[in-house]
Every structure is written in C-alpha cells, then in structure tokens.
Write a protein that binds this ligand. Structure first.
Ligand code: GDD
Ligand code: MN
Length: 502
C-alpha cells in the first residue's frame, strides 16, 4: 500500500464467511471520503478468505493476511497486533467482523481522535450506548463483572467506561515502540495499562446482535482474561500500584503479629519492649518488597527514594507505637493492640506516600505522549522526507520488518544505517513502483545510546545517504527529551521481547 493513509481499519476474522461481505459494503459506504486501508487478519477454516476476496474485488484498499498453523498462536490478540503492525495509517481502528460494531461509527470516532484524543473507545456503557447485542443475562453479568474488576484494579482502565470494548480507534504514534502483548480478547485494556497517561474519550456504541455465525467467546476466554490481568499486574512495573502497596502492608502484618505474639507469650518480653524487635523486621520486609515491586518503576539507584521512604516509615512507625502503647495502657492484649496500631500505621503510611502511589508508571511510553518528543519527530520527518518517524528503546528487539539484530547493531556501533527494500526480485521493473526505505539512527546521549530513531517512507525513490546524514544531524534535538537509558523500563515477558512499530 502506497503512502500513509489517514486511517487503517484492522478486522480480525475467524469463520465469518457470511459477515465479511455485508461488512465491507457498509465499511465502503461509511468511509467514503476518508483516505483509508482495510486489513483483515484471518484465522478461518471456512470460506472467509474467499468471501473477502470476492467482496473486495477491484478495491485496492482492502488487504488480507491469512494465518495458518503456528501463525495462529494467540488467536484474536496476536491477530490484532499483527494487523496494527502491518498497516501504516496515522490512525488505527480495530473492530469485529460480525457487524456487532457498526462501521457507521468510525467517521465520528476519527473526528474525535483528530480533535486531540489518543484513543477513542466505542463504549456500550456510556450514555446512549447500548449492549443489546450481548446475548443473555449471563453474558451481561460476566461482561459487567470483568469490566468492573479491570477498572477497580487499574486506574488507567477507569479512563473509559468500557475498557474491554473490542471497538476502538487510536493514534498510531501512541503504540509505536510499545511492547504490546495482549492475551485473549482484551486488546484495549492492554493498550490503556501499558501506555498510561493517554487522552481517552468514549463515544456511545450501539452494540448490535451478532449478524451471523457464532461467538468465539468461551469459558476459555475467561481463563485467558484472568491470565491477562495477572500479567498486567505482575509484569507491568508500577501498574495497580495502590493495590500492591496495600498488599505489601498486609504482608508486613504477617511478620509483625506472630513476632509480637512470640516475644510476649513465649519469651516473656514486656509488651512495650516487644514493639521494636517486631516492628523492625516487618519494616525491612515492607521496604524491600515495595522497592522491588510496588515502586519498581521509580527506582533510581539506592539513594534518595529509599531515604524518603524510610523517613515516612519511621513516621508511621511512631504513630503505630503511640496507638499500641495507648491500647496496652487501656488493658488491651499485645496482639490486638498491635493490630490496631498497624491499621493506623497503614493509613498514615498510605497518606504519606500518596504522591508516589498515584504517580503513573514510569514507562518508555511517555515518549509516545510527550509533546516535545512528538514535535521533534515531526520536524525530523519533514527534514528527511519520511512518511513517519518514531523512537525505539535502545534494548528493543528489531521489528519484524527489518533484518534481525539491526537495532542492536545500530546501538553497538553507534552508526546510522540506511535500509532499502527493492520492489521485487527482477532487475528490470517499471520505474513508477514504490519501494520501502528506512533510516535507523542512534540517539547518543553522552556515553549511552538513549534510543534509536526510525524514519520510514514508501516512495518511488528510497532515502539517500544525504538524508541519512540529515537524520544524524537532527538527533541531538531528541537528547534530553527521552528517558535516561535503561531507567525503569518494563521488562515484560523479557524472554520473548518484541516491539511494535514497524
Ligand atoms: N484472526 C482471528 N483469530 N480472529 C478472531 C479469533 C481468532 O482466533 N477469534 C475471534 N476472532 C474475531 C471474530 O471473527 C470477530 O470478528 C472478532 O474477533 C470478535 O469475536 P467474537 O467471537 O464475535 O467475540 P465476542 O463478540 O464474543 O467479543 C467481542 O466483544 C467483546 C465485548 O463483549 C470482542 O470484540 C471482544 O474483544 C470484546 O471484549
Ligand atoms: Mn462478536
């Protein structure tokens, strides 16, 4: 597909033979006047690919990726990521093929995004939205419970009334360079949690009943959803922070209370004197656990952060001791007195640390929403004549579209590369064929490489060495705007790294 279209529509399909024809007809009508491309990512065993080909005949804006065998691993979620990966539009819309998501909503969603939103969610639960297409009370309850659960856990999910919607539109640049690995059906939730700070806006969705065929949602999807939530909690540093902080506090009680009981009952230490030897181990435990877990993304060496944390801990420890001593004086036994003191200490500690608890996860993703970075990238894009430019973290794996190890090489050698792909294998070809061409340039900050700048274009003429030079000259403008190398980056599923954005 030539040039960067305004909008890419990604439609995952699995056995939707009867739906794709009507869907394409409605998409065609709805998107008249919008520069767009439509990509089906298909895992079907029925005639869906044929139906798409027939319905799209002559429409050069429609493309199909058909996956077989191991290519289908991960199902819907990898299909969506693959579709986002293989399209180029400035905005990307993800929707279902079964006509539960009316294509007629897309122009309004695009308008909201162009008005400044990073993500536009078609919500079943916003005013004048509807969920009439959810078949059965059971399904409605499950859907509501799952949504409520996600919203309770992740403050980022509360940005939308329907964080589990399968119909949304986003600005491509907010997903460039982000590790984006949903499992199951909840791709939007993944996006919201992994890119905190997005400007999210809901539009009402009239969720229609499935046109034909059957839903692929099942009990298995429920299990996958729980697995996905687990991975968002445990593998995204700094996510669900208030819950992590609270859990760590409770786990401290599991050390403190048995120690108080043991010291007073078995060793016969006076209750007042038992406080310190019981409190200190639980404080150490809490400090370490909060550091490596709750605030994993805010760690910058041992110094400052921990010192301030300890100050606050001593403050809440003092408050705890006062309550403990007062309860003992009132004749309360040591263990219940310690429970009372600890409850107050947890409240005091939570209040004292509330700014750090509320701080949204530090992530490379800040890059995607930083106006400074985006302005610098826009400047470079026009300077070198690219379709688009984006940044990859220095430890990113090379996007699938490029030779393996290309990013690592640019970082190691600290030299830019110019990569051009010929249009075909024949030497003699028409001169008006467009070729894909890429510049990759290290952003060097002192002794470290802070990021890798990627400029892409699809045009009749590839980039030339002069444009590579220009890109290299322009990168110092990015230094200082991007996060310090290595700091706090999420190491989500580090064994199988993969960075979106090619
Ligand atoms: N490529 C591919 N591979 N597509 C798939 C797969 C798969 O393994 N499984 C499902 N799809 C496609 C379907 O063909 C359909 O276009 C879309 O993904 C959604 O599948 P449905 O089976 O219709 O799911 P649903 O209606 O139960 O769930 C939808 O609504 C939920 C909200 O209630 C989805 O949009 C969910 O993402 C959403 O959370
Ligand atoms: Mn459906």
């Amino acid at each position: 597909m030539a040039r960067t279209p305004r909008l890419s529509v990604v439609v995952p399909t699995r056995n939707e033979e009867a739906n794709v024809g009507p869907l394409l007809a409605r998409l065609d009508a709805a998107l008249a006047g919008i520069d767009h491309e439509i990509l089906f990512v298909d895992d079907s065993d029925d005639g869906t690919p044929r139906a798409i080909a027939a319905a799209a005949a002559g429409n050069r804006r429609v493309d199909l990726v058909h996956r077989e065998g191991v290519g289908r691993e991960g199902g819907l979620s990898t299909a969506v990521v693959c579709g986002i990966h293989q399209t180029r539009g400035e905005f990307v819309c993800v929707m279902d093929a079964d006509l539960q998501h009316p294509p007629e909503s897309i122009p309004a969603m695009l308008a909201v995004a162009r008005g400044g939103a990073d993500v536009v969610v078609a919500s079943r639960y916003t005013r004048s939205g509807s969920r009439r297409g959810l078949d059965g009370t059971g399904r409605v309850l499950v859907s509501r419970a799952a949504s409520g659960f996600a919203r309770a856990l992740f403050s980022e999910a509360r940005a939308s009334t329907d964080p589990l919607s399968g119909f949304f539109l986003c600005r491509r640049r907010v997903i460039d360079g982000i590790e984006f690995r949903p499992v199951g059906f909840k791709i939007l939730l993944e996006l919201l949690v992994c890119v905190p700070g997005l400007r999210v806006q809901d539009v009402p969705l009239d969720f229609a009943a499935r046109a034909r065929g059957t839903s692929k949602a099942s009990a298995r999807q429920g299990v996958l959803f729980l697995g996905h939530i687990r991975s968002l909690v445990f593998e995204v540093q700094g996510s669900a922070r208030p819950w992590k902080f609270g859990l760590v506090g409770l786990s401290g009680l599991a050390i403190l209370l048995p120690l108080v009981a043991f010291l007073t009952a078995s060793v016969h230490v006076p209750a007042l004197a038992a406080f310190l030897p019981a409190y200190v181990p639980s404080l150490i435990w809490n400090t370490i656990l909060n550091r490596v877990w709750t605030f994993a993304d805010q760690r910058h060496g041992l110094g400052e952060g921990t010192a301030r944390y300890l100050e606050r801990a001593v403050l809440s420890g003092a408050a705890m001791f006062v309550v403990y001593a007062a309860l003992l004086a009132l004749g309360v036994a040591a263990v219940p007195a310690a429970v009372g003191g600890a409850l107050l200490a947890m409240v005091v500690n939570g209040m004292a640390n509330r700014a750090a608890i509320r701080r949204r996860p530090w992530q490379w993703s800040e890059v995607a929403i930083s106006h400074g970075v985006q302005a610098a990238l826009a400047h470079i894009t026009s300077e070198v004549g690219a379709d688009r430019s984006y940044l990859l973290p220095p430890n990113a794996s090379t996007p699938a579209a490029f030779p393996a190890g290309m990013v690592a090489r640019v970082v190691q050698q600290r030299r830019g590369v110019l990569y051009t792909e010929a249009a075909g294998y024949r030497a003699q070809r028409r001169s008006n064929i467009e070729v894909g061409s890429t510049l990759m340039v290290p952003v060097v900050d002192g002794d470290t490489v802070g990021a890798v700048l990627v400029c892409e274009r699809v045009a009749r003429h590839p980039f030339d060495p002069e444009q590579l030079d220009r890109a290299m000259t322009a990168t110092p403008a990015l230094v200082g705007l991007i996060p310090a190398a290595g700091g706090g980056r999420t190491s989500r599923r580090a064994v199988k790294p993969g960075i979106l954005g090619a």
